[in-house]
Every structure is written in C-alpha cells, then in structure tokens.
Ligand binder design. Structure first.
Ligand code: NAD
Ligand code: MG
Length: 397
C-alpha cells in the first residue's frame, strides 16, 4: 500500500469533482476534459481568484453546487453573474477551504503557490482523491502534508507531467529495484541566451514557453529552471527514493516526460505530446484511462530527440533547490516563499530576470534552518520569509 493506492475506484457512475483554481491553465484543461466526457463527471465546486468573468462562465456551463472567488472584493460581481441560478456563491480564503471540504470524490489542486496549501489540505483531511498540480504546496509542507494523507486515507495522484510519467512507470511493488528517477526538462525559452541577453529579458518573453502553455508563475519558473528544482523536491516526497537518486536531464522536445531506471538496466519512460490534458486525464480516470482530444505523438514527424545535462552555472536554481532539500527542515518552505516573491516582483517589472536568483540566494544565505512541526508554522515561516524577500527585492530596484 502506498499513498497513491489508498482507495479503489469502484464507482462506475459519474465521478464528482471539485476544481480548485478552475480559472487557471490546469483548471481550464481539466474542464476541457470534462466537456469532452460530460457523462463521466459531475462538477461540485469551482474556484477562482481574480478572473470573475471566467468563473461565472464556467459555473454557468458546468453547473457546480458552489462557486468561490478568492478575492472578496469580487463577491458582488460573482453573485450578480450567477443570480437566477441555483449555484451557491462565496468569497475569501475560508470559502476556498469550504469548497475543498464539500463532498466530492476528486479534488484537482490547481491553485498556484502556497495560496493552495490550506484548501488542498482540507481536501486531504476528508480523504478525497487529490489530483495534485500545485507542487508548491508539497514543497512547502512535504512530510506534514504526507502525514495528513496517511492519516486520512486520501489518495494522492500527481498531475505534474514528470511525476505523472514516473507514476505511470514506477513499479511500486518492487521499489527496491528502482535505481534512479530522471526528470526531464525542456530548458525553457532561454536555453541558448547569453548572460547579456538574460539581463534584458522581459516578463512577456519569460512567460512564452516553447512547448507548454501554462500560467505566468510556472512559466517564469521554467525559464529560471526553478520549476525543475521544485519538481525535484516534489519527486522526493512522492516516490520512495533518496534525493541522490533523482537526476535532471534537459530534453528540449518535451516528448519523454520522465523515466525510471531499474537495477537490471531497464529504463521505462512515458511519452506523449506536451499537452497537460494527458496527465490530468490519467489522474481523473485512475485506475482506468480516459479518451482525450490531445494530439497523438508521431515520432516520425519529430525525427529526433535530444538530451543534455543541465549547466549548473547557467541554472543555479537547480543547486539551490537540491541544497534546500538536503538541508530539509524549513529550507524548502523558505526557498519556495523567496521564489514566489521574486517571480512576482519580476512579473511586475520591479526586478530583472537575473535578480530572481539573487533574491532567493540572499534569503537562503541569511536564514538559519529550523524544524516546522505543524502547518501553522509553515504559514508563519512563509509570511516572515516573504516580508524579507520583498525587502531584498526592494533594495535591488
Ligand atoms: P494559473 O496562473 O494559470 O492558474 C492559477 C489558478 O490559481 C487560477 O485559477 C487562480 O485564480 C488561482 N489562484 C491564484 N492565486 C490565488 C489565491 N491567492 N487564492 C486562490 N486562488 C488563487 O496557473 P497554472 O499554470 O494553472 O498552475 C497551477 C498549479 O499547477 C501551479 O502550482 C503549477 O506549478 C502547477 N502546474 C501547472 C502546469 C501547467 O501546465 N499549467 C503543469 C504542471 C504543474
Ligand atoms: Mg512539470
């Protein structure tokens, strides 16, 4: 028994589903799959934060019991937009948690950043199937999060394409035969840019990923490769391997989504076109599969697949994340908080692209490690580090 297999899906009728962050890239891809297989799902709750018009549109189309907007100032707009329907409406952080607590079989954790932690944990606590996209929440609270999963009997299924790939080819009955995990990385849009070019990178250039269409924060994380750093930590928590068994490999075509190497020399990989609807569908239908409208992989058209080791000087985020994981304790929480603030400052044109790493390095250097015993300590560590990261970013402006 492992965290992925606490529950059998014996339910043959429509599966009830809540989408936390339905207005985002993961949320929209999830709804796209539901539109494609409407008889297989029943939407219970949808949540957004700023894009109230899209949330209203989604609620009218998918008829959930509840629609929640994180930003309380938008409550009246949501209420008006859904007046005359039977859909309940609510706003604010506590309402996001209530949406997660509402009875549904599956909860898609698609909020970006630590803002998704408390709603996701609320879904874990009631033993739901968690289709986890929100890697930051696992990075921040690793062992505490997994303890809650074990306590409640929740099922944790990774949506992140690399972890979903590993999940599909990992032999959980013979985990001692696993030698290594290889997380593939596209290398992002600036894989060939010079340092001079990186100094001038603008937010609109950074959010343009060559292969994937994603939200702004994860797109910047992909450009700095902090996304792969966070994914290293995510993989450590999700799979029974040690930190030094997890490798990162640049693979610009994003066809092989990750690999597992076994002690007999076999390497199992999962492949597909870069379309998040594939890993999302796997989590939504698990342990079965769902037909998706995703484009099919044609290797003869792609012709060749390339691989290279990441250059540690060019992508310092990888070493920062690995060190934070090795140090353990509060360090992954600190890394994540500093990164969230630095990326936000970059997106708001307060600091340059290369300053993102400067802020994170400075925060990590000056923070002494501690042990975080409960979720409230994670939230307060996050709060303190955010304030400090903002000060450091401000000094750079
Ligand atoms: P996005 O920016 O497109 O969407 C984020 C969602 O979170 C939106 O619905 C937004 O309303 C909501 N949100 C943002 N701040 C919030 C707050 N303070 N309170 C409540 N809700 C809030 O991001 P995304 O690309 O969909 O990514 C979502 C998560 O999935 C991230 O953790 C990301 O790392 C992960 N992920 C995304 C992809 C992808 O292809 N997009 C792939 C793998 C993993
Ligand atoms: Mg990923």
């Amino acid at each position: 028994m492992n965290i992925f297999e606490n529950k059998e899906n014996a339910n043959n009728g429509p599966r009830s589903i809540t989408i936390l962050g339905s207005t985002g890239s993961i949320g929209c891809s999830t709804l796209d799959l539901i539109k494609f297989a409407p008889k297989r799902f029943e939407v219970v709750a949808l949540t957004g934060n700023e894009n109230v018009n899209l949330l209203i549109k989604q609620a009218i189309a998918f008829k959930p019991k509840l629609a929640v907007i994180g930003n309380e100032k938008l409550f009246n707009e949501l209420k008006e937009g859904l007046s005359g329907t039977k859909i309940m409406v609510a706003a604010g952080k506590a309402a996001l948690v209530e949406a997660a607590e509402m009875g549904s079989e599956i909860v898609v954790a698609g909020i970006v950043g630590i803002a998704g932690l408390l709603p996701t944990v609320a879904a874990v606590k009631r033993g739901a199937i968690i289709a986890l996209a929100n890697k930051e929440c696992l990075v921040c609270s690793g062992t505490l999060f997994l303890n809650e999963v074990s306590r409640s009997g929740a099922t944790l299924l990774p949506i992140d394409s690399e972890h979903n790939a590993i999940f599909q080819v990992f032999d959980f009955n013979n985990s001692s035969c696993v030698d290594r995990l290889t997380l593939t990385a596209s290398g992002g849009p600036f894989i060939r840019s010079s340092r001079e070019e990186l100094l001038k990178v603008t937010p609109s250039q950074a959010v343009k990923h060559p292969n994937w269409d994603m939200g702004a924060k994860i797109s910047v994380d992909s450009a700095t490769m902090m996304n792969k750093g966070l994914e290293l930590i995510e993989a450590y928590y999700l799979f029974p391997v040690e930190e030094n068994q997890i490798d990162i490999l640049i693979h610009p075509q994003s066809v092989i989504h990750s690999m597992v190497s076994y002690n007999d020399g076999s390497v199992l990989a999962q492949m597909g076109t870069p379309d998040m609807r594939i890993p999302i569908s796997y989590a939504l239908a698990w342990p079965n599969r769902l037909r998706t409208p995703a484009e099919r992989l044609d290797l003869s058209e792609i012709g060749e697949l390339n691989f290279q080791k990441p250059n540690p000087k060019r992508f310092p985020a990888l070493a920062l994340a690995r060190d934070a994981l090795k140090m353990g304790g509060a360090m992954p929480t600190v890394l994540n908080a500093a990164n969230e603030v630095a990326v936000d400052c970059f997106l708001n044109e307060k600091i340059g692209f290369l300053d993102i790493m400067r802020v994170i390095e400075e925060v990590l250097d000056e923070t002494s490690n501690s042990t975080l015993h409960q979720l409230s300590e994670i939230s307060s560590c996050d709060y303190t580090i955010r304030k400090r990261a903002q000060e450091i970013a401000f000094e750079l402006t």
